[in-house]
Design a protein around this ligand. Sequence first.
Ligand code: NAD
Length: 474
Amino acid sequence: MTFDDHYSMTIGGEAVTGADGFDVVNPATEAVVGRAPDASRADLDAAVDAARAAFPGWAATPIDERRRLLVALGDAVIAQLDPMMRLLTAEQGKPHGDAKMEVYGAAMWLKGAASLEMPVVVNEDSPARLSETRRVPIGVVGAIAPWNFPLVLAMFKVGPAILAGNTVVLKPSPFTPLTSLRFGEIAASILPPGVLNVVTGGDALGPWMTEHPGIDKVSFTGSTATGRRVMQSASATLKRVTLELGGNDPAIVLPDVDVAKVAEQLFWAAFRNNGQVCIATKRMYVHRDVYEPLKEALVACARTVKVGDGAEQGTQIGPLNNRPQYDRVLELIADAKDKGYDFLLGGDAADVPGYFIPVTIIDNPPEDSRIVQEEQFGPVLPLLVFDDLDEAVARANASDYGLGASVWSGDEDAALAVAERIASGTVWINESQHLSPLAPFGGVKQSGVGVEGGVEGLLEYTNPQTVVRRKQKA
Ligand code: NAD
């Protein structure tokens, strides 16, 4: 399939092509999908200036009007569902069905965020005075997104930031800029100029944003290593930051599960989007009583799954998104081979074009192995046996990460008791990865700072302002 290759940045409501560009590669074929503009520092300055100019008017726009426009924007994205889905598959690699869910989810996220209420807290209402804390927008938000769910993760930021009255400069990953550029074009037909600007570029653009004096807050989703750099750079101008970072999510499978019932769900908890999910199950702790049957069921499930080009009918898992991530996952596999761990299946990259690695499951590697301790972010799952629940909880918590976790049991109360002992921002019971624009989501420890979603996430795009009124005329 070929795509119209005219992609422009959106700056102040105008399409800006930029002086230079860079190729975006289809990870299934390694063919060029299109060229994205490579923003210069002057392009970024223009986007920040446009966002600053739009800020007072947007902040003064009644919140119900902001809501209305966000809903209209969600509807406009849905109207482009099919072309956006195809473009997302081409640049990201995920199968059409998953891409459709992402584009639709992005639109629904905007609409869900639009339904949030901005709280006003009464601190004191006495005969002497009324003290209230209301919320005011921060200013210009720099939104930096990764490549695994480029559109929906950008909307995690755009929806609440705009609802709260901020203006936004959005930067997608250089591996997946095209759907975000299209989104910018759609937004330009709905939002006032400058409220949402989209810029694309290479490795220099993110740091230019985090150090830019005209950006008041950075909302970043990406790896923990980059998150540290973002926080450091933002400190120079004391920008507010929200950091959604990496994870190494454990799943704990208790001995009372119905293996036949949970095996497929557990498989997709680990391998959805080819394991390239911040909240994918990255370590699976299984009680010895059910280890063998679950192992067999997971392998049987893996054998039925079709890995291939996401644009082909029937594909359930696409390629890794990009060459560096492909190399990183292969390196972890090579390490596991060197150490002599047992592979239940997979392990060898297919000798075909594209960044394909087959579904790989490793049988009970040591707890201190790299594949258990590091975030693989790819289709390689360490399956780990445990005997004692306290030991499983301790192993699950022995990580610098704390993003998500899941507990699987036939007894919900027993699962809840385990969930309450897990150090992570979210714990799912008998499911995984369910997120909502109405619920806060974020990481503890080195998985992040702050949250997205829910009222808590909305408040991260505001400053509190306390107004104290003496009940006496001056
Ligand atoms: P990454 O950190 O390499 O890049 C993320 C974004 O930051 C990209 O847009 C990139 O261009 C930009 N960037 C790179 N260097 C920068 C710098 N110095 N300053 C500012 N911006 C910079 O991450 P990635 O490889 O795109 O994404 C994968 C990682 O993201 C994984 O670790 C995954 O767990 C994490 N992630 C977290 C969440 C979450 O919500 N917690 C969601 C998705 C992905």
